[in-house]
Structure formats: C-alpha cells, structure tokens
Ligand binder design. Structure first.
Ligand SMILES: [Zn+2]
Length: 94
C-alpha cells in the first residue's frame, strides 16, 4: 500500500495526468475524458474528470486514484497498474 501511495504522489506532483491519460488511450474532449468503463466507444459527451491524481466518472460513478484509472482503462490487476505507472513516471524525468 505504501508503494501505491508513492506512485500516486509522484503522478500528481509531476502534473502529468493529461499525458498519462493520453498514454492510457483515453480520449479527451474539452476538459473531460471519455470513461473507459462506461464510454469505451468515445461517443456522446465525455463524463470523466481527472484532477490532481484522482478521477471520477459522472456517468457510471467510477472513481479513484491514478492506479485505479489504469486498472479501469486496461482491466488489469493492481500489480500491473503500479508497474506501468512506475515506468511512466520514471521515463518522465528524461
Ligand atoms: Zn464511467
């Protein structure tokens, strides 16, 4: 759990949420994203907000931290999500 919190902090500090979302394959329209959980086809009005390291879908009610967003977008488990995030935040420093 400690490891997970550290990743969250890194991501929110780096202000890389937009880039992270893009790398996850999330489609953005205006200030909102299409929710990978309930709007996988990216049609209509985007209902997902990502702010300061957490996300919320106003349509399906999904919410959580960036690790949760990775899990939702890819349908992967916690370990896979953390491993991917660590790689992402590491490559950002280059
Ligand atoms: Zn949703």
């Amino acid at each position: 759990m400690e490891e997970r919190r550290e990743v969250d902090i890194q991501v929110s500090r780096s202000r890389a949420v937009d880039r992270l979302a893009a790398n996850l394959g999330l489609k953005k329209m205006g200030t909102h994203f299409f929710c990978p959980g309930c709007q996988p086809t990216a049609r209509g009005i985007p209902e997902l907000v990502i702010k300061e390291g957490s996300f919320q879908s106003f349509r399906c009610g999904a919410e959580g931290d960036v690790v949760g967003l990775v899990k939702l977008a890819w349908g992967c488990d916690l370990e896979t999500a953390i491993a991917w995030l660590e790689k992402e935040t590491a490559s950002e420093k280059n």
